[in-house]
Write a protein that binds this ligand. Sequence first.
Ligand SMILES: N[C@@H](CCC(=O)N[C@@H](CS)C(=O)NCC(=O)O)C(=O)O
Length: 233
Amino acid sequence: MAKNELKLLGGWFSPFALRVEIALNIKSLNYENIEETLNPKSDLLLQSNPVYKKIPVLIHGDKPISESGIIVQYIDEVWTNAPSILPTNAYDRANTRFWASYIDDKLFPSLRNILAAEDEEAKKTNFIQVEEVLERMEEVFNKHSEGKAYFGGDKIGFIDIAFGSTLRWLSVIENMSGKKVLVEAKTPSLVKWAETFAADPAVKGVFPETDKLIEFAKVLQQRWASAAAAAAK
Ligand SMILES: N[C@@H](CCC(=O)N[C@@H](CS)C(=O)NCC(=O)O)C(=O)O
């Protein structure tokens, strides 16, 4: 595949763009990574994802595809010669999609709310939610993996990508609040899985550094606080 046939409108900080990078790496695809700052948004992004105006967008030839989960599934369907990301059995595929959307619905909003929370009570409620998700995913891992390294078995699959993309942001929140949530005592299988995931060749080179993300998170917090103050006027 010629490099200019695949372009990723992404951002080093984005867990959603990370999902696409991991999927492209799994399939050993060359692509051009176009780094978006989102401030301002590029014309290419606005034209490619006019509905949500968000990264990531994968442009295949001249065709844009948006939404990280949809992009990962598209990659898996188009490049079938490489390791499969979703399971082949229809029931397993449905189940896999269920847990990936559970991560999007329950984990992402709580992580964002912890960063944005101005009072301790709101922070605490969202931490409880994160802990509940982690405990639930520990159960899912123990049931699905059958002693293997990943939710997807021996290789990274769709749940691994959806969930694993949040790991660095989880570390950011742990560091910034001085509270560890992914701990051996409560979720031993997930702790081991997270280490294996981070070291996987498809992930290692694209996983952002926690320290750099912490600096980015501080800028985001200032931006949200100014927006909240402006809205309150
Ligand atoms: N549901 C989307 C979420 C994508 C998303 O939230 N992207 C963020 C960056 S991490 C974005 O582009 N934000 C710009 C904005 O909200 O205006 C997906 O899975 O791709």
